[in-house]
Design a protein around this ligand. Sequence first.
Ligand code: MTE
Ligand code: MO
Length: 515
Amino acid sequence: MTAPHPSLARATPPEPAGPGRRRGLAALAGVASAGLALGAGELVAGVLNASASPILSVGSFVIDLTPGFLKSAVVGAFGTGDKPFLIVVLLVVVLGLGAVAGLLQARRPPLGAIGVCVVGLVAILAAVTRTGASPLDATPSLVAAAVGVLTLTRLERRTETRDRRAFLVSAAVTAAVGVTAGAVARSIGSGARSTQQAIARVTLPTPAATVAPPLAADSFDLPGLTPLVTANDAFYRIDIALSPPAIDPASWRLEVTGEVEHPFSLSYAELSKLPMHESPTTLMCVSNPVGGDLNGTAVWLGTAVRDLLTRAVPRPGADMVLSSGADGFSASTPLSVLQDPARDSLLAVGMNGAALPQLHGFPVRMVVPGLYGYVSATKWLTKLEVTRFDRAAAYWTDRGYSAQAPIKLSSRIDRPVNGARAGMVTVAGVAWAQHTGIARVQLQIDGGPWTDCRLAGDWSVDVWRQWRYTWAAPKGSHTLRVRATDANGLVQTAKEQGEIPDGATGLHTVQVTIT
Ligand SMILES: Nc1nc2c(c(=O)[nH]1)N[C@H]1C(S)=C(S)[C@@H](COP(=O)(O)O)O[C@H]1N2
Ligand SMILES: [Mo]
């Protein structure tokens, strides 16, 4: 409204803005418009469906395209902060694209507006191609694109006004409204609240068999040493879900299908009535580097996967179970492992005495002792499909990881820390060979001989085992290395191998300074 007619503006230039400044204002208009568009899109998603959020959909799209090596690099650099990192990168990219659109719109209208539409189209595609998406999920990105185009064209016209301050105020207001909308969207979205309420309402089934709690001798009470059982809120989290699926247990169903004689499906209530038992298992991520901490132990409460398979009756020739999660993840687990009566493979509903937390797969996940998480530990489980390794491939198999991946024998030094006082120093850590068990842990100091460490009791072969060693430590810098031997006599290899394709090997080596 206040923008002068362009030809007029050209005829009587009011204190002509330099081309550099004009460009700056155009870019600013683009950034502010992008901010408002994003906020509007997130707000609509918050009201309609949190997983249709433009940023989250594009983020998930990026994750799905990300090759394995990059995933490991990002997880390695940011640990479980990989998701906030991705979102920040996306926000910066979108605002940057906004600046470009602003410049284009100023130079060659309507090129900038067209650019906004193209970005909107990408977001729409990302939203509707998500697993379990509906066409309605296009709405948030559609609204974002419309708001983006309208705001950009209006703001861009204002860059021509003589009153720079008025322009800056409208750009600032635009951006602020966008940020506010985004913040409101965050607080109402994600289904987090309703899922928390659903989790709070869950009464865990009574286990037919409880696990014997660890004996006092099964753990050492040493500061800095990994506890035998990991608290739920300290448990590592790895998944491809930018925002964890919010599943209502009242509408959850598990499908058991594929190469079986009797396919069936189960509700959460039906599953809860099946015989439940407790079982402690140490989960491991294949992306764990030597010495890393992408692992944790919990007492899981669940029902035997084996019994469900018995009921379905797999057909001859089937050798794999492809389990799927609501986030689009899938895992390939050998059928024989899941049918093995000696292995406690669970469909878990409880974790350390509580209902499964949302981040760890509420309402139901798989837990299989001895296999890396990506081939076994499907969270937000929706389907078990009996199939064959030569017919189907899981999520990470398509991205450079092995189809089968037993956990590798490994060990870690947790203490001492740098600056420990010279004298008697307790070195300690954990070693693991899930489903086989640890027989021996040895420590090497400054390249000297390998000496035996003291082991804590063996609570379960499916769980890591603590070890300790009392060291007469002299002042100075020292190198400590650890290696484990499993119950079959296999000695942990010193050969260094990266996480891809089926888990890292090598000996954890630390440098400590004793003062
Ligand atoms: N649905 C779903 N389940 C999943 C994943 C995932 O991305 N999506 N990641 C797997 C991987 S790689 C690991 S290591 C474990 C981690 O489980 P946690 O997050 O409970 O520690 O979950 C597995 N289950
Ligand atoms: Mo993992």
